[in-house]
Design a protein around this ligand. Structure first.
Ligand SMILES: O=c1ccn([C@@H]2O[C@H](COP(=O)(O)OP(=O)(O)O[C@H]3O[C@H](CO)[C@@H](O)[C@H](O)[C@H]3O)[C@@H](O)[C@H]2O)c(=O)[nH]1
Ligand SMILES: [Mn+2]
Length: 735
């Protein structure tokens, strides 16, 4: 059977034309960078006093980091590709009855930050995939160990009996109930009846969450009582409890309203004990890998975050276009579908879209060995988790092996006992789970780290980016949530960057320079904080003291600066716009990069160091998905949300104040009074660029009175610090 007959194919690959231009540009840009370092070296050697040396040296170090980070992005520019799938042709190659089974994993960790009704929506959206139901199993991992979540799934299991046949019969595209009922759906008696049932479920689930427990009025039979009693034993807390595994729907026994079979739906809350590390999401996923091995052991596994609902019922067919064709990519380990979001505001003020991470860079990596794994929306061959492509690593019991065939039904007592056993918190003790098998431990960005290690073992991956987003997720709508999320990523990335598996050493050795650099780019993201902080403060501080630190406009070296700045910015902007981006969102993207550099990355660095020194431990702080109405309204209007006091805002406030001071002072004194615009142009430009980027901060500091304004204390502290900084620098410069 051929998979590539002229007009009957399953997928195609196109190399993007821009790669040629990228390569030429890379050569030119490298040449100018080298020239700039020659200039830096001369300046350092010729510096006449210690102060000038220190300033030049700081700029030199910052520029080395910028240049290094630029060099790592070349991996994404050398050979970007674009793929397309033709799922409409699938059944000409593969009979529906030969579709492989799929195990879908959904993680949730906290009923108060991740509302159970949303988790349920995600689960319903994938249970309703247009796929043979008896081959579909949905596993929900509840790291919150919460009866609220379990209750939500009891309700969802019932609701799915009408939802699934409804979607199928009416060919519904939005199979996430919440998305469907928020869309422009046909209002007829049938849909209105279903909406009523959905609303009633939603109200019940939300009331239970509000009450914080499932009171008796919500429990309809003795069986439910027994199930919920598991949470009501003495000493049960979310960090300390036995494993709870509940088969909510069993494809062998459960039927929907139309007497069709249902997918399996299994709730798993792995055992937890304070004495045993649980490795956050990676630990949860490994527990699911094992429990699902025991129960269904499907050859394909999809990982999903609880806030990423399916937006397209035919996604499984789409990935089968690659999975069913062995020649699509030898040693294929996983297929990554990018994270896309709903509810972004027009300018995407916090750059939550993460366009570089999810849409611009992956096609570049796909042109090499394949994209990194980003935690959700990723389809794995189960065997990928058990050693490299040519070396199967056997787990401790054969039932966990990727090719083991499960013979008993999932609700069989023996199966359940075994499932509880492998969900135990001590199960992994003295095993190679987390190091050679399964999702890898050792970094707070388990997704990045796992994908990286799998690729080092020789697995390849595919980037699949359908026009209609396959999944849609929530974004954090307040700046502090965004910054904290990025801070967690920064810590996790540095954990990989400075480990013995650093992409710079181990990665390059295993995968070659381009893939190694592509991974190093992320691992060292947080070091961007160094040049960003230096450029946010140093030019302004020296400008205020009348000390020029860059070439004059009339100096030919000035042109090198212009080329390097414009070259990087214009290329970045083009990348953004060519990937279906809007200019306004690109502006937010570069602003957010600066903001992160001054906050998340900087503090992430500090946290990483304290963690290494064993002074403090930092866990996985789950991002809140709860929407406050007032906050949502401000977010929709594109207004920045500060609101809470946080040290993360202090460097931002400081940079805003200092750049404004320097810009006006420089403008008045250097340009009008001293007529020295030539010598201070670059410093003025940088300060002005800072001011432009800080506009929302000034508004939040002085103009706004709503709850999302910058807290007065943070403004005062930032101002005092700027004052201190000015005093220190001017005395140092005068010495
Ligand atoms: O102990 C934990 C902590 C988190 N989670 C789950 O992990 C997922 C991601 O958590 P979230 O707080 O939403 O983190 P984000 O920063 O938004 O997630 C990004 O970054 C994570 C790594 O830091 C990846 O795991 C995610 O897939 C990726 O979307 C959620 O479904 C959580 O329920 C767990 O299951 N157990
Ligand atoms: Mn998330």
């Amino acid at each position: 059977m051929s998979f590539a007959t002229a007009n009957l194919r399953l997928h195609s690959l196109r190399r993007l034309r821009r790669r040629l231009l990228n390569r030429v540009f890379a050569v030119a840009y490298t040449a100018v960078i080298l020239a700039l370092f020659y200039h830096h070296a001369l300046t350092l050697l010729q510096s006449t006093n210690f102060k000038a040396f220190c300033i030049s040296f700081t700029i030199f170090v910052s520029d080395i980091i910028l240049a290094y980070m630029w060099s790592t992005t070349q991996s994404y520019h050398m050979n970007p590709v674009s793929r397309q799938e033709y799922p409409e042709n699938l059944e000409k190659f593969l009979d529906r009855k030969d579709f492989p089974a799929m195990d879908i994993f959904i993680c949730t960790a906290d009923p108060y930050k991740e509302p159970p009704i949303n988790v349920v929506n995600t689960a319903l959206s994938v249970m309703a995939y247009d796929f043979p139901t008896e081959k579909l199993s949905v596993y929900v991992s509840d790291d919150g160990g919460s009866e609220l979540t379990l209750f939500a799934f009891m309700e969802a299991a019932e609701f799915s009996r009408i939802w699934l046949p409804f979607c199928r019969e009416n060919n519904v595209i939005e199979r996430c109930p919440d998305a469907y009922f928020s869309s422009n759906y046909a209002q007829n008696p049938k849909t209105l009846e279903i909406k009523m049932k959905y609303d009633s479920m939603k109200t019940r689930v939300e009331s239970v969450v509000e009450e914080g427990k499932v009171s008796d009025e919500y429990i309809s039979n003795e069986k439910q009582h027994q199930v919920l009693n598991q949470y009501r034993t003495k000493d049960f807390t979310r960090q300390n409890h036995p494993s709870i595994i509940q088969v909510m729907l069993d494809t062998k026994n459960d039927k929907d309203l139309m007497e069709n079979s249902m997918p399996n739906l299994v709730y798993v809350s792995r055992e937890k004990s304070k004495a045993t590390p649980h490795h956050f999401k990676a630990g949860a996923l490994n527990a699911l890998l094992r429990v699902s091995s025991i129960m269904t052991n499907a050859p394909i596994v999809l990982t999903l975050d609880c806030d990423m609902y399916s937006n397209d019922p035919s996604t499984l067919q789409r990935v089968l276009c690659y999975l069913s064709d062995k020649s699509s990519r030898p040693n294929l380990g996983y297929i990554q579908i990018p994270q896309r979001y709903h509810g972004l505001n027009k300018a995407d003020i916090y750059a939550s879209e993460h366009k570089h991470l999810f849409q611009i860079n992956p096609p570049g990596m796909d042109g090499l060995d394949g994209p990194s794994y980003v935690g959700t929306g990723c389809f794995f061959h189960r065997c990928t988790f058990f050693g490299g492509p040519s070396s199967l690593v056997q787990p401790e019991i054969p039932e966990l092996g990727p090719y083991y065939i499960v013979k008993k039904p999932i609700a069989n007592q023996e199966i359940l006992n075994q499932a509880h056993h492998v969900a135990g918190c001590n199960y992994e003790y003295l095993t190679i789970w987390g190091s050679k098998i399964g999702f890898r431990y050792g970094s707070l960005v388990e997704d990045y780290y796992t994908g990286y290690r799998l690729q080092c073992e020789g697995w390849k991956s595919i980037f699949c980016d359908p026009n209609r987003p396959a999944f849609l997720g929530d974004v954090p709508i307040s700046l502090i949530d965004v910054l904290n999320q990025n801070k967690r990523w920064a810590v996790g990335l540095l954990e990989v960057g400075f480990s013995k598996y650093s992409p710079l050493t181990f990665g390059i050795k295993s995968m070659g320079i381009l893939m190694g650099q592509a991974y190093a780019h992320y691992a060292f993201w947080p070091i961007w904080s160094v040049p960003i902080t230096v450029y946010a403060f140093l030019p302004s501080l020296t400008l205020l003291n009348g000390v020029p630190i860059f070439p004059k406009v009339s100096d030919p070296w000035f042109l090198a600066y212009v080329f390097l700045f414009l070259g990087a910015y214009v290329q970045d902007c083009l990348d953004f716009i060519l990937t279906k981006g809007k200019f306004q969102r690109w502006w937010s993207d570069q602003r957010t990069w600066l903001i992160r550099g001054l906050s998340s990355y900087l503090f992430g660095f500090v946290e990483f160091i304290t963690k290494q020194l064993g002074i403090a431990t930092h866990g996985f702080n789950v991002t809140s998905k709860v929407m406050d109405d007032e906050q949502s309204k401000r977010y929709d209007e594109g207004i920045f949300e500060f609101g809470v006091e946080s040290p993360l805002f202090v460097p931002l406030g400081m940079a805003a104040i200092l750049n404004l001071m320097a810009f006006f002072y420089g403008g008045i004194v250097q340009i009008f009074k001293e007529r020295n615009s030539d010598g201070f142009f670059v410093q003025m430009f940088i300060a002005g660029f800072g001011v432009l980027n800080c506009l929302p901060i000034y508004g939040a500091m002085v103009l706004r009175s709503d709850k999302g304004r910058m807290p007065t204390r943070t403004t005062i502290i930032s101002t005092l610090f700027v004052g201190g900084l000015c005093v220190v620098t001017s005395s140092a410069l005068m010495m």
